[in-house]
Each structure stands twice: as structure tokens, then as C-alpha cells.
Design a protein around this ligand. Structure first.
Ligand code: GUN
Ligand code: FE
Length: 418
């Protein structure tokens, strides 16, 4: 079965380039892209599916990839924020506790993953709660390609969210058996763990060749408290170490490791990223100032990462990030870095919100319109503008609260899903 979709396509290539293919046809066969060609090259007899609205052909881009978010925090994304640790205690932990109840988890998963699909995010890496339900229901309801894992919390956490090593040993075995390499090993952060559980998780991810995700250097206060806590373990008592060394010593720093935030990295930590090929999820809306509805954690300097060829991509970090849409993340990314004098633009933002994310997550045939890639795309309102950058800029000029509902329709593996 071959389908022919006529529209205007934007194909992200890299930080500097997104190819624009106006009035072109995406040829889809068995869920894969066979070609993308100008309309003039198509036989007149072919049955074209015209993707259009009342003003013209729709703009088509690849679906978004969100490399770091907490699906169980959707209900708290609207809450007031003060700083990371206070916000976790006050809002996040009490909400995550509720996912112990299977009916709650089921209802929330249905609602959340419908909203996620409508926002145009079809790929990503997801944090669930400590409970098996929160992963099982997420895999059941998500549409697209996602890595999902249970946050691990053994230390410095409320009793209602604390479990012991044995609990997690059983949980990981069960989840890995069910979901294989789509299960992602997820120590919440070093502060909610200890060297023993972190080493177990490091071994588990390496032995089974699994992805690993965690938080690193989001706020200075978190860094100091974490280092103080690890001083209480004999192996760190008299040692000089950085935050990331705690993960590295436990086998958690490798090329399938994704670290969220990484705002306050030392030179030594940057060296570790360079040598290990570990990845970074950059969360600009979550890190944005409080008045922009973020946690006020600061801004990662991606130019230093680029100099060292460290891989990074964009992420919403829902619920610290207030909006699920990667358009909102792109907009905040551009605004904040422009304020710092960096030449950040919508071409770079799209690349880091789509193709680069899928590359980081090992989804090798997704995130762009290339021959042999999965026929996945999202459709946006038509535009009268005539370059990829102008069209993206026009979209991103809209106010934040419209982005969640801006996607007109969507296709995954050649099937209409939205
Ligand atoms: N660090 C540890 N847990 C979390 C979380 O849930 N959200 C954010 N933004 N940072 C964290
Ligand atoms: Fe996070």
C-alpha cells in the first residue's frame, strides 16, 4: 500500500539547516518514507492526499522528541514554584504518592497521553513514580516511541515514597521482563539514593544494555546538599569529588546515560561527558525564572557543550516545565539564550526538539524526513511565508498557552493517529 501526502514540509538537518520542501509529496509505503519529491515529479494518476486548511497546504514537521519529563507530574505543572527542593516536598511527592492506586494511574495515563499526542510529542524519555502501575499504565496509553522508567528513591525521601533495595530489585526485574529495552533505569537523583542502590542500578543498566536517566546539577543548593550527604559514606569521607563522580563511581555514566539539567557543571564534569559520551537533556522552561513559571534554576550554556561535541537535546521536564508542548520549550530556549547574546534561532530549536532527541534516544529512523525513516509527522496550520525559518518564527511568535493545541493532525508509521 502506497500513500502520497501533498503538503509543505520542513525537514530538520542540523543546528544551521532545515530544508524547506513546498508543494511536495511524501511517499509512504508500509509505514516507511519512500521519498519526498516536488509535486511536479508525481504521476498525474496517483491518488494524492492533500493536507490543507482553508488558506492552503499545511506545514509538516517531524513529531517532537521530549528527552526528559515526568508524566506523573502533569497535575502539578500549574502549581506555584519557589525552588527545586521545596517544590518537590510540597507538591511533587504528595502527587506521585497517588500513583500507588491503580485506578488513579489508569485515569491519569489516559488523560495525559492523549494530551501529549495532541501536543505533537511522539517520542521521548519519561520518568514515572516508584510504583509499577505508573510504568505499566504509561506504556499502555502512550502513542509513539518512548523509554519509561520508575524513579528510584531509597534515601532522603518521605516514608510514603521510600522503598528498599529489595523492592527495586524485584521491580526492575519485573519491568525489564515486560518492557525490555524500552525500560529506562531511573535513579531520581543521587540525593534520593545511596552508593549501594546506585551501584546496583549502574550494573543493571550496563548488564542489560539499558538507557539510564537522572538529574544532575540543577541547583547549587542541591549540589551542596548532595555532596554533604555522600560525605557520610566512608568511601567519600576524605575524597575530593564532584556531583557527577557519584554517578560515575557507580557505573551510571555511559553513552546510554541521559542527565537532565546540568546547569552548573565543573570542568571535570565536562571532561567526563566528553570521554563517556553521556548525553544531556536541556530543560529551558523548567529552569527559567520564577516569573516565567520555571523553578529559577539558571541556564545551561550549550555553546560549551558544542565546543566539546557533547550531545544534548531539548526537554520539557513536565511538571517543573509548565507546558507540555515542545513549541513552548523551543520558544523559551530561543528567548533565554538570545538574552545571553547567543545566536539561538528556530532552526536550531527545531533540530534539538526533534532529530537530535531521537538520535540521543537511539531511535535511529525517526525525527526527520529521510528515505527509509518511519512515516511519522505532525501537521501545522498553513502559512503564506516561504522559508523554514520564517514559518517557524511565525508559529513561535504565538502566545505560550496556544501551543498545546496548535497541531492540526498527526501520523505515526503511516497511520493517522490525531
Ligand atoms: N530532581 C529530582 N527530582 C526532580 C524532579 O522531579 N523534577 C526536577 N525538575 N528536578 C528533580
Ligand atoms: Fe526532571
Amino acid at each position: 500500500m502506497t500513500d502520497f501526502y501533498l503538503a509543505n514540509f520542513i525537514n530538520p538537518k542540523d543546528d544551521k539547516q532545515a530544508d524547506y520542501h513546498p508543494n511536495s509529496v511524501l511517499i509512504v509505503e508500509d509505514g516507511l518514507i519512500k521519498n519526498l519529491v516536488p509535486l511536479s515529479e508525481i504521476d498525474k494518476d496517483e491518488n494524492l492526499i492533500k493536507l490543507e486548511d482553508e488558506n492552503g497546504l499545511l506545514t509538516i514537521i517531524p513529531p517532537f522528541c521530549d528527552t526528559h519529563f515526568h508524566w506523573v507530574q502533569d497535575p502539578v505543572s500549574d502549581m506555584d514554584k519557589e525552588n527545586l527542593l521545596a517544590w518537590l516536598e510540597q507538591y511533587v511527592f504528595p502527587e506521585e504518592r497517588k500513583f500507588e492506586d491503580i485506578d488513579y494511574a489508569k485515569a491519569k495515563a489516559k488523560f495525559f497521553f492523549d494530551k501529549l499526542k495532541k501536543s505533537g510529542t511522539f517520542y521521548g524519555a519519561i520518568y514515572a513514580s516508584i510504583h509499577d502501575n505508573s510504568v505499566i499504565e504509561a506504556f499502555d496509553c502512550c502513542m509513539g516511541d518512548f523509554l519509561i522508567g520508575n524513579v528510584v528513591m531509597t534515601d532522603n525521601s518521605p516514608d510514603f515514597l521510600k522503598r528498599d533495595l529489595n523492592y527495586y530489585k524485584n521491580l526492575l526485574d519485573e519491568m525489564y521482563q515486560k518492557f525490555g529495552d524500552k525500560y529506562i533505569v531511573t535513579p531520581r537523583f543521587a540525593l534520593s539514593c545511596n552508593p549501594e542502590i546506585m551501584s546496583y542500578l549502574g550494573d543493571f543498566s550496563v548488564k542489560n544494555d539499558l538507557y539510564m536517566q537522572t538529574h544532575l546539577s540543577e541547583t547549587k543548593n542541591e549540589i551542596n546538599i548532595t555532596r554533604d550527604y555522600y560525605q557520610s559514606f566512608s568511601q567519600y569521607k576524605d575524597k575530593s569529588y564532584d556531583y557527577m563522580d557519584l554517578y560515575n563511581d557507580c557505573g551510571l555514566v555511559h553513552q546510554k546515560a541521559i542527565f537532565g539539567h546540568c546547569i552548573h557543571l565543573t570542568d571535570h564534569e565536562l571532561d567526563l561527558f566528553e570521554s563517556s559520551k553521556a548525553k544531556i537533556a536541556h530543560c529551558p522552561t523548567s529552569n527559567a525564572p520564577i516569573e516565567k513559571r520555571g523553578l529559577g534554576s539558571g541556564l545551561l550554556d550549550y555553546t560549551e557543550l558544542d565546543k566539546r561535541k557533547i550531545d544534548w537535546a531539548l526537554a520539557s521536564d513536565i511538571g517543573a516545565g509548565p507546558y507540555i508542548s515542545m513549541f513552548d520549550v523551543m520558544k523559551s530556549f530561543i528567548e533565554q539564550h538570545n538574552q545571553e547574546g547567543r545566536d539561538t534561532d528556530s532552526i536550531r530549536a527545531l533540530y534539538r526538539a526533534s532529530k537530535k532527541g531521537t538520535e540521543i534516544l537511539g531511535m535511529t529512523n525517526k525525527g526527520a524526513f529521510e528515505v527509509g525513516y518511519s512515516a511519522d509527522f505532525i501537521c501545522l496550520p498553513s502559512s503564506q511565508l516561504e522559508s523554514a525559518k520564517a514559518i517557524l518564527d511565525e508559529l513561535l511568535a504565538k502566545p505560550r498557552d496556544v501551543f498545546n493545541n496548535i497541531v492540526v493532525s498527526g501520523y505515526f508509521e503511516g497511520e493517522k493517529v490525531l
